[in-house]
Design a protein around this ligand. Structure first.
Ligand code: PGA
Length: 255
């Protein structure tokens, strides 16, 4: 059985004191609950990583990053390397988030290089795919998602493929309060798993975890996570409040 993964994407929010308070409140809310069927991750802004790492001591919550560059070092002003993230104990890196694609112009090719670099530094990429409103309206959602997958995952071996995390995040659902219905999400998740099957084989397709992201909140998480191909959530806005994120972490699932 695939473990669920509930991941918080804090985006460009919080200063150190707020981050510490949010982690403390989250840990107080979740208490000593141990979940055997799910994992929890927070991805703060890069500058908060040392603070959050410290605040998470003795917590099972894992530490992620929201982005990174693919080179190890060099003249890349303003960038952060995989080596730097790994040195802080970061285990997961969100790659190809739609805000990176659409605001910062990241291409499928660049995203592929970043996925490769994360794996080469023993971090798990959480690779995001998802169609825009216009692509959705013109019935091209699946075509876009499959193209983004091909670009991002071109360098992976079958052994590597099962260990990554995918996140389906329709752009029209991010930060808008409009969530994909569980049926819509399940259909794309099934197609992503099918593409893994074709490209990498049966076993990686069964192991790979596919998260849903886009206006996930305490009220809709149960219905999303009860679908068999939805293996967790990537949560933006609702991860910034301890009570709502703790409720999402406790989502009821089918299995
Ligand atoms: P949202 O963001 O939950 O605020 O819609 C999700 C994401 O962008 O990862």
């Amino acid at each position: 059985m695939r473990k669920k993964l509930i991941a918080a994407n804090w985006k460009m929010h919080l200063v150190p004191g707020e981050a510490r308070a949010l982690i403390a409140a989250l840990m107080a809310d979740l208490g000593r609950e141990t979940f055997t069927d799910r994992e929890v991750l927070v991805a703060p802004a890069a500058i908060l990583i040392p603070e959050v790492k410290d605040a998470l001591k003795q917590s099972p919550i894992m530490l992620g990053a929201q982005n990174m560059f693919y080179e190890e070092k060099g003249a890349f002003t303003g960038e952060i390397s995989p080596t730097m993230l790994a040195a802080y104990g970061v285990t997961h890196v969100i790659i190809g988030h739609s805000e990176r694609r659409h605001i910062f112009g990241e291409s499928d090719e660049m995203i592929g290089l970043k996925v490769r670099a994360a794996l080469d530094h023993r971090m798990t990429p959480i690779m995001c795919v998802g169609e825009t409103q216009e692509e959705h309206d013109s019935g091209r959602a699946l075509e876009v998602v499959l193209r983004q997958m091909e670009g991002g995952l071109g360098s992976l071996s079958s052994d590597e493929a099962g260990g990554i995390v995918m996140a389906y995040e329709p752009v029209w659902a991010i930060g808008t309060g409009r969530t994909a219905t569980p049926e819509q999400a399940e259909s794309i998740h099934g197609a992503i798993r099918g593409a893994f099957n074709e490209r990498f084989g049966h076993s990686p397709a069964q192991i790979v975890r596919i998260l849903y992201g886009g206006s996930v909140n305490a009220d809709n998480v149960d219905s999303l996570l009860s679908r068999p191909d939805i293996d967790g959530a990537l949560v933006g806005g609702a991860s910034l409040k301890a009570d709502s994120f703790a409720r999402i972490v406790r989502a009821r699932t089918a299995k």
